[in-house]
Design a binder for this molecule. Structure first.
Ligand code: DAH
Length: 336
Protein backbone atom coordinates (compact mmCIF):
# COMPACT_ATOMS: atom_id res chain seq x y z
CA UNK A 1 0.00 0.00 0.00
CA UNK A 2 2.96 2.30 0.70
CA UNK A 3 4.21 1.64 -2.83
CA UNK A 4 0.87 2.74 -4.24
CA UNK A 5 0.89 6.01 -2.35
CA UNK A 6 4.54 6.58 -3.35
CA UNK A 7 3.57 6.18 -7.02
CA UNK A 8 0.76 8.66 -6.51
CA UNK A 9 3.03 11.16 -4.72
CA UNK A 10 5.70 10.90 -7.41
CA UNK A 11 3.08 11.31 -10.19
CA UNK A 12 1.56 14.34 -8.45
CA UNK A 13 4.91 16.07 -8.16
CA UNK A 14 5.76 15.35 -11.81
CA UNK A 15 2.43 16.27 -13.31
CA UNK A 16 2.89 19.97 -12.58
CA UNK A 17 6.07 19.89 -14.65
CA UNK A 18 4.28 18.73 -17.81
CA UNK A 19 4.53 21.74 -20.15
CA UNK A 20 4.37 20.08 -23.56
CA UNK A 21 2.96 17.04 -25.36
CA UNK A 22 6.36 15.36 -25.73
CA UNK A 23 7.01 15.35 -22.00
CA UNK A 24 3.42 14.26 -21.42
CA UNK A 25 4.07 11.16 -23.54
CA UNK A 26 7.22 10.37 -21.56
CA UNK A 27 5.21 10.53 -18.32
CA UNK A 28 2.49 8.37 -19.86
CA UNK A 29 5.05 5.68 -20.70
CA UNK A 30 6.71 6.02 -17.28
CA UNK A 31 3.46 5.37 -15.37
CA UNK A 32 1.09 3.56 -17.73
CA UNK A 33 3.50 1.85 -20.13
CA UNK A 34 4.08 -1.91 -20.30
CA UNK A 35 6.90 -1.79 -17.76
CA UNK A 36 5.68 1.43 -16.14
CA UNK A 37 5.02 2.09 -12.47
CA UNK A 38 1.39 0.88 -12.52
CA UNK A 39 2.32 -2.38 -14.26
CA UNK A 40 5.05 -2.94 -11.65
CA UNK A 41 2.42 -2.58 -8.90
CA UNK A 42 0.28 -5.20 -10.69
CA UNK A 43 3.21 -7.55 -10.88
CA UNK A 44 3.57 -7.19 -7.09
CA UNK A 45 0.11 -8.71 -6.65
CA UNK A 46 1.53 -12.19 -6.23
CA UNK A 47 3.45 -11.10 -3.10
CA UNK A 48 0.25 -9.91 -1.45
CA UNK A 49 -1.64 -12.16 0.88
CA UNK A 50 -4.84 -13.48 -0.74
CA UNK A 51 -7.18 -11.67 1.66
CA UNK A 52 -5.52 -8.27 0.97
CA UNK A 53 -5.45 -8.76 -2.80
CA UNK A 54 -8.92 -7.39 -3.66
CA UNK A 55 -8.32 -4.19 -1.70
CA UNK A 56 -4.83 -3.85 -3.23
CA UNK A 57 -6.16 -4.50 -6.75
CA UNK A 58 -8.89 -1.94 -6.26
CA UNK A 59 -6.35 0.63 -5.09
CA UNK A 60 -4.09 -0.04 -8.12
CA UNK A 61 -7.09 0.37 -10.45
CA UNK A 62 -7.95 3.63 -8.75
CA UNK A 63 -4.46 5.00 -9.08
CA UNK A 64 -4.38 3.95 -12.77
CA UNK A 65 -7.71 5.71 -13.41
CA UNK A 66 -6.45 8.73 -11.52
CA UNK A 67 -3.27 8.96 -13.63
CA UNK A 68 -5.16 8.32 -16.87
CA UNK A 69 -7.80 10.98 -16.27
CA UNK A 70 -5.21 13.52 -15.10
CA UNK A 71 -3.06 12.93 -18.17
CA UNK A 72 -6.09 13.13 -20.48
CA UNK A 73 -7.07 16.46 -18.94
CA UNK A 74 -3.54 17.85 -19.24
CA UNK A 75 -3.35 16.59 -22.83
CA UNK A 76 -6.51 18.47 -23.86
CA UNK A 77 -5.28 21.62 -22.17
CA UNK A 78 -1.86 21.38 -23.82
CA UNK A 79 -3.32 20.64 -27.26
CA UNK A 80 -5.59 23.66 -26.94
CA UNK A 81 -2.68 25.83 -25.84
CA UNK A 82 -0.43 24.66 -28.69
CA UNK A 83 -3.21 25.28 -31.22
CA UNK A 84 -3.67 28.83 -29.93
CA UNK A 85 0.08 29.51 -30.08
CA UNK A 86 0.21 28.17 -33.66
CA UNK A 87 -2.73 30.31 -34.76
CA UNK A 88 -1.13 33.35 -33.21
CA UNK A 89 2.17 32.66 -34.96
CA UNK A 90 0.55 32.04 -38.33
CA UNK A 91 -1.76 35.03 -38.13
CA UNK A 92 -1.95 37.06 -41.35
CA UNK A 93 -2.74 40.74 -41.22
CA UNK A 94 -4.94 41.16 -44.27
CA UNK A 95 -4.90 44.94 -43.81
CA UNK A 96 -1.15 45.26 -44.57
CA UNK A 97 -0.83 46.98 -47.99
CA UNK A 98 0.45 44.54 -50.63
CA UNK A 99 2.85 45.70 -53.36
CA UNK A 100 1.29 44.76 -56.70
CA UNK A 101 3.43 44.82 -59.85
CA UNK A 102 1.05 46.38 -62.33
CA UNK A 103 1.69 45.86 -66.02
CA UNK A 104 1.51 48.66 -68.56
CA UNK A 105 1.08 49.00 -72.30
CA UNK A 106 4.11 48.75 -74.56
CA UNK A 107 5.08 52.21 -75.95
CA UNK A 108 4.32 51.02 -79.49
CA UNK A 109 0.83 49.89 -78.43
CA UNK A 110 0.21 53.21 -76.68
CA UNK A 111 1.24 55.21 -79.75
CA UNK A 112 -0.69 52.88 -82.08
CA UNK A 113 -3.86 53.40 -80.01
CA UNK A 114 -3.27 57.13 -79.90
CA UNK A 115 -2.84 57.44 -83.69
CA UNK A 116 -5.82 55.16 -84.39
CA UNK A 117 -8.01 57.21 -82.06
CA UNK A 118 -7.03 60.46 -83.81
CA UNK A 119 -8.13 59.02 -87.15
CA UNK A 120 -11.37 57.53 -85.83
CA UNK A 121 -12.05 61.03 -84.46
CA UNK A 122 -11.61 62.33 -88.04
CA UNK A 123 -14.21 59.87 -89.35
CA UNK A 124 -11.99 56.92 -90.39
CA UNK A 125 -12.92 53.29 -89.70
CA UNK A 126 -10.28 50.84 -88.43
CA UNK A 127 -9.60 47.65 -90.40
CA UNK A 128 -7.04 44.86 -90.02
CA UNK A 129 -5.50 42.54 -92.58
CA UNK A 130 -3.34 39.39 -92.82
CA UNK A 131 0.37 39.50 -91.99
CA UNK A 132 1.04 36.53 -94.30
CA UNK A 133 0.19 38.07 -97.63
CA UNK A 134 0.19 37.07 -101.28
CA UNK A 135 2.51 38.57 -103.89
CA UNK A 136 -0.71 39.63 -105.64
CA UNK A 137 -1.92 41.97 -102.90
CA UNK A 138 1.46 43.02 -101.49
CA UNK A 139 2.84 44.02 -104.93
CA UNK A 140 0.86 43.35 -108.11
CA UNK A 141 -2.39 45.06 -107.09
CA UNK A 142 -0.31 48.06 -106.02
CA UNK A 143 1.15 48.47 -109.48
CA UNK A 144 4.39 46.66 -108.65
CA UNK A 145 4.44 43.79 -111.17
CA UNK A 146 6.95 40.93 -110.93
CA UNK A 147 10.48 42.09 -111.83
CA UNK A 148 9.55 45.76 -111.24
CA UNK A 149 12.66 47.51 -109.88
CA UNK A 150 10.55 49.11 -107.11
CA UNK A 151 10.51 45.68 -105.41
CA UNK A 152 14.11 46.41 -104.40
CA UNK A 153 12.82 49.18 -102.08
CA UNK A 154 11.55 46.42 -99.77
CA UNK A 155 13.72 43.46 -98.74
CA UNK A 156 11.17 40.72 -98.40
CA UNK A 157 10.72 37.48 -96.44
CA UNK A 158 9.24 34.95 -98.87
CA UNK A 159 7.61 31.61 -97.96
CA UNK A 160 7.28 30.71 -101.63
CA UNK A 161 7.11 32.60 -104.95
CA UNK A 162 3.62 33.80 -104.12
CA UNK A 163 3.48 33.94 -100.34
CA UNK A 164 5.36 36.36 -98.09
CA UNK A 165 5.29 38.35 -94.86
CA UNK A 166 3.70 41.65 -95.87
CA UNK A 167 6.35 44.34 -96.31
CA UNK A 168 3.86 47.17 -95.70
CA UNK A 169 0.21 47.67 -94.75
CA UNK A 170 -0.56 48.96 -98.28
CA UNK A 171 -2.05 45.62 -99.46
CA UNK A 172 -5.02 46.56 -97.27
CA UNK A 173 -5.73 49.40 -99.74
CA UNK A 174 -6.44 46.85 -102.47
CA UNK A 175 -8.30 44.46 -100.15
CA UNK A 176 -10.54 47.28 -98.92
CA UNK A 177 -11.30 48.70 -102.37
CA UNK A 178 -12.28 45.21 -103.56
CA UNK A 179 -14.96 44.76 -100.89
CA UNK A 180 -16.15 48.30 -100.13
CA UNK A 181 -17.77 50.92 -102.29
CA UNK A 182 -16.72 54.58 -102.03
CA UNK A 183 -16.85 56.69 -99.97
CA UNK A 184 -14.01 54.86 -98.18
CA UNK A 185 -12.24 56.28 -95.16
CA UNK A 186 -10.11 53.70 -93.39
CA UNK A 187 -6.94 53.23 -91.41
CA UNK A 188 -5.22 49.88 -90.96
CA UNK A 189 -2.61 49.47 -88.22
CA UNK A 190 -0.46 46.36 -88.14
CA UNK A 191 2.88 44.57 -88.12
CA UNK A 192 5.01 44.50 -91.25
CA UNK A 193 8.27 42.67 -92.00
CA UNK A 194 11.47 43.36 -93.90
CA UNK A 195 14.90 41.71 -94.07
CA UNK A 196 16.51 44.74 -92.33
CA UNK A 197 18.22 45.05 -88.96
CA UNK A 198 20.05 48.06 -87.50
CA UNK A 199 19.50 50.91 -85.01
CA UNK A 200 16.65 52.40 -87.04
CA UNK A 201 15.39 49.27 -88.86
CA UNK A 202 13.91 46.17 -87.28
CA UNK A 203 12.88 43.04 -89.22
CA UNK A 204 9.45 43.52 -87.63
CA UNK A 205 7.87 46.95 -87.27
CA UNK A 206 4.47 48.62 -87.34
CA UNK A 207 2.73 50.81 -89.84
CA UNK A 208 -0.63 52.43 -90.12
CA UNK A 209 -2.12 52.70 -93.58
CA UNK A 210 -4.66 55.35 -94.46
CA UNK A 211 -7.01 55.39 -97.45
CA UNK A 212 -9.69 57.83 -98.56
CA UNK A 213 -11.67 57.31 -101.79
CA UNK A 214 -14.53 59.49 -102.91
CA UNK A 215 -15.54 61.84 -105.71
CA UNK A 216 -13.33 64.93 -106.08
CA UNK A 217 -10.66 63.98 -103.55
CA UNK A 218 -7.53 66.08 -104.10
CA UNK A 219 -4.04 66.54 -102.68
CA UNK A 220 -5.52 69.39 -100.60
CA UNK A 221 -7.66 66.88 -98.70
CA UNK A 222 -4.53 64.84 -97.95
CA UNK A 223 -2.72 67.97 -96.76
CA UNK A 224 -5.71 69.00 -94.63
CA UNK A 225 -6.03 65.63 -92.91
CA UNK A 226 -2.29 65.30 -92.24
CA UNK A 227 -2.05 68.91 -90.95
CA UNK A 228 -4.85 68.12 -88.53
CA UNK A 229 -3.22 64.84 -87.53
CA UNK A 230 0.21 66.33 -86.66
CA UNK A 231 -1.43 69.15 -84.70
CA UNK A 232 -3.25 66.61 -82.51
CA UNK A 233 -0.38 64.12 -82.21
CA UNK A 234 2.50 66.57 -81.59
CA UNK A 235 1.10 70.03 -80.75
CA UNK A 236 -1.07 72.73 -82.33
CA UNK A 237 1.90 74.65 -83.76
CA UNK A 238 3.14 71.70 -85.82
CA UNK A 239 3.25 72.19 -89.60
CA UNK A 240 3.68 69.71 -92.45
CA UNK A 241 5.94 69.89 -95.49
CA UNK A 242 5.44 67.85 -98.66
CA UNK A 243 8.43 66.73 -100.74
CA UNK A 244 8.05 65.02 -104.14
CA UNK A 245 8.72 61.29 -104.02
CA UNK A 246 7.95 58.07 -105.84
CA UNK A 247 5.73 55.12 -104.99
CA UNK A 248 4.30 52.92 -107.76
CA UNK A 249 0.85 52.95 -106.14
CA UNK A 250 0.47 56.75 -105.86
CA UNK A 251 0.69 59.50 -108.47
CA UNK A 252 1.83 62.06 -107.55
CA UNK A 253 3.72 60.71 -104.51
CA UNK A 254 5.02 62.72 -101.60
CA UNK A 255 7.10 62.30 -98.53
CA UNK A 256 5.73 64.22 -95.58
CA UNK A 257 7.74 65.94 -92.85
CA UNK A 258 6.39 67.44 -89.62
CA UNK A 259 8.06 70.48 -88.08
CA UNK A 260 10.15 69.29 -85.12
CA UNK A 261 7.99 69.14 -81.98
CA UNK A 262 11.10 69.41 -79.81
CA UNK A 263 12.62 72.69 -81.08
CA UNK A 264 9.66 74.08 -83.03
CA UNK A 265 11.72 74.10 -86.24
CA UNK A 266 14.90 75.84 -85.06
CA UNK A 267 17.00 72.69 -85.33
CA UNK A 268 18.01 70.30 -82.53
CA UNK A 269 19.28 66.78 -81.85
CA UNK A 270 15.88 65.15 -82.45
CA UNK A 271 15.54 66.62 -85.98
CA UNK A 272 19.30 66.43 -86.63
CA UNK A 273 19.49 70.21 -87.01
CA UNK A 274 17.00 70.39 -89.91
CA UNK A 275 13.90 71.55 -88.02
CA UNK A 276 11.86 68.79 -89.78
CA UNK A 277 11.11 65.14 -89.07
CA UNK A 278 10.11 62.73 -91.82
CA UNK A 279 6.94 60.96 -90.75
CA UNK A 280 5.33 59.21 -93.71
CA UNK A 281 4.93 58.43 -97.39
CA UNK A 282 1.71 59.37 -99.17
CA UNK A 283 0.13 60.39 -102.42
CA UNK A 284 -2.91 60.34 -104.67
CA UNK A 285 -3.97 56.75 -105.32
CA UNK A 286 -2.67 55.77 -108.75
CA UNK A 287 -5.66 55.39 -111.17
CA UNK A 288 -4.22 51.98 -112.11
CA UNK A 289 -4.62 50.84 -108.51
CA UNK A 290 -8.24 52.01 -108.43
CA UNK A 291 -9.03 50.23 -111.69
CA UNK A 292 -7.19 47.04 -110.56
CA UNK A 293 -9.52 46.88 -107.56
CA UNK A 294 -12.68 47.58 -109.59
CA UNK A 295 -13.18 51.25 -108.72
CA UNK A 296 -13.80 53.52 -111.70
CA UNK A 297 -10.85 55.94 -111.78
CA UNK A 298 -12.80 58.32 -114.02
CA UNK A 299 -15.44 58.78 -111.34
CA UNK A 300 -13.41 58.46 -108.17
CA UNK A 301 -10.08 59.62 -106.79
CA UNK A 302 -8.39 59.17 -103.47
CA UNK A 303 -5.33 59.59 -101.31
CA UNK A 304 -3.33 57.11 -99.27
CA UNK A 305 -0.59 57.33 -96.69
CA UNK A 306 1.66 54.94 -94.78
CA UNK A 307 2.96 55.99 -91.39
CA UNK A 308 5.65 54.25 -89.31
CA UNK A 309 4.24 53.74 -85.80
CA UNK A 310 7.61 52.74 -84.30
CA UNK A 311 9.17 55.92 -85.65
CA UNK A 312 6.42 58.01 -84.10
CA UNK A 313 6.99 56.25 -80.76
CA UNK A 314 10.75 56.87 -81.02
CA UNK A 315 10.15 60.59 -81.62
CA UNK A 316 7.53 60.84 -78.90
CA UNK A 317 9.64 59.11 -76.22
CA UNK A 318 13.07 60.20 -77.57
CA UNK A 319 14.27 56.63 -78.04
CA UNK A 320 17.36 56.46 -80.23
CA UNK A 321 17.56 52.71 -80.91
CA UNK A 322 14.55 50.94 -82.39
CA UNK A 323 15.83 47.55 -81.24
CA UNK A 324 15.12 48.51 -77.61
CA UNK A 325 11.42 48.29 -78.49
CA UNK A 326 11.71 44.61 -79.36
CA UNK A 327 14.17 43.32 -76.75
CA UNK A 328 11.55 43.64 -73.98
CA UNK A 329 14.12 44.38 -71.28
CA UNK A 330 11.99 44.99 -68.21
CA UNK A 331 14.15 48.01 -67.19
CA UNK A 332 13.26 49.67 -70.50
CA UNK A 333 9.56 48.77 -70.39
CA UNK A 334 9.14 49.95 -66.78
CA UNK A 335 9.70 53.56 -67.91
CA UNK A 336 6.39 53.69 -69.75
N1 DAH B 1 3.91 51.42 -98.31
C1 DAH B 1 4.95 52.41 -98.29
C2 DAH B 1 6.16 51.84 -97.55
O1 DAH B 1 6.01 50.98 -96.74
C3 DAH B 1 4.48 53.66 -97.57
C4 DAH B 1 3.42 54.35 -98.32
C5 DAH B 1 3.74 55.33 -99.25
C6 DAH B 1 2.09 54.04 -98.15
C7 DAH B 1 2.80 55.99 -99.95
C8 DAH B 1 1.11 54.72 -98.84
C9 DAH B 1 1.49 55.68 -99.75
O2 DAH B 1 -0.19 54.44 -98.71
O3 DAH B 1 0.52 56.33 -100.44
O4 DAH B 1 7.24 52.29 -97.81
Amino acid sequence: MDNISNVQKSFDSEKSKIKNLNFLNEIKVKYLGKSGEVSLLMKNMKNISPQDRPAFGKKVNEIRDYIESNLAKIETELAEKEKKAKLKKEKIDVTIPVKINKGSLHPITTVKNEITEIFTGLGFEVLEGPEVETDYYNFQMLNIPKDHPARDMQDTFYFSDNLLLRTHTSPMQARTMEVKKPPIRMVCPGKVYRADDDATHSPIFNQIEGLVIDKKITLCDLKGILDEFVKIFFNKNTKTRFRPSYFPFTEPSVEVDASCSECGGKGCKVCKGTGWIEILGAGMVNPKVLDNAGIDSKKYSGFAFGLGIDRMAMIKYKINDLRLMYENDIRFLKQF
